[in-house]
Design a protein around this ligand. Structure first.
Ligand code: DX5
Ligand code: ZN
Length: 229
């Protein structure tokens, strides 16, 4: 199992993203999670391709772009062109999910599908062989700082089984929402490898971000030793 820490800039200081990313990177960040929200699919509005382009200039880490928007197909080009390395799209908004996954890969990015907490695992059954990763939401998307939904580890296990059965054992599971020192072991033991964390890293401000990232990564690495995968 390969643990990767993905700090979510949603909880960082938007006027000092470069500085905050640097602190998280010193603390062991492996990729930067960018939450894109449109005010339609989720009740919040955040950022778009220009910000991704600006981030591309201040970090060499992969940019992990999570699209919480109604019509992601319209913006895939723009995000990859701006520097996105991974793009994840919500199964709930995509009638032609296979086409979207194919397009993301064709553009040269890693393609992920995202499941909301209430979306059953079976919704991705037909595409699990094609994806580069699966993102399991552990809160309802839209805001940082929400409470982790307790049945998430069971869902992670079910997704892992589905991926393995489809012969896609190399595809990792990412988990997003309420991941902190109290929940990280449970998700890692269930099989999550990419760990998104916003408030757990940035809520204490710039001065604490490096140590917070390091503590979370260390906890994840310790849990990974006991995990099955
Ligand atoms: C929620 C976003 C998350 C969010 C996580 O809609 O997708 O990435 O930033 O924030 P925390 O870690 O604070 O729950
Ligand atoms: Zn996210």
């Amino acid at each position: 199992m390969t643990i990767r820490l993905a700090p979510s800039i949603l909880a960082a200081d938007f006027a000092a993203l470069g500085r905050d990313i640097e602190a998280a990177t010193r603390g062991g960040a492996d990729q930067i999670h960018v939450d894109v929200m449109d005010g339609h699919f989720v009740p919040n509005i955040t950022i778009g391709p220009p910000v991704v382009r600006a981030l591309r200039k201040v970090t060499t880490l992969p940019l992990d772009v999570h699209l919480m928007i109604m019509e992601p197909d319209r913006y895939l080009d723009a995000f990859v062109d701006a520097g996105a390395n991974m793009i994840s799209v919500h199964v709930e908004v995509l009638p032609h999910l296979h086409r979207t996954i194919t397009q993301i890969k064709k553009l040269g990015a890693k393609a992920g599908v995202v499941l909301n907490p209430s979306t059953p695992v079976v919704a991705i059954e037909q595409v699990v062989g094609d994806v580069d990763f699966v993102l399991v939401m552990s809160v309802n998307p839209g805001f940082g700082g929400q409470v982790f939904i307790p049945n998430t580890p069971a869902k992670i296990r079910a997704v892992r089984t589905l991926l393995d059965r489809a012969g896609n054992s190399k595809a990792p599971i990412e988990v997003d929402g309420g991941v902190d020192l109290t929940t990280v072991a449970a998700v890692v033991e269930a099989g999550a490898e990419w760990l998104v964390a916003g408030n757990a890293i940035f809520s204490g401000g710039y001065d604490k971000a490096e140590a917070a990232a390091r503590a979370l990564k260390d906890a994840a690495l310790a849990a990974a030793k006991g995990a099955a995968r």
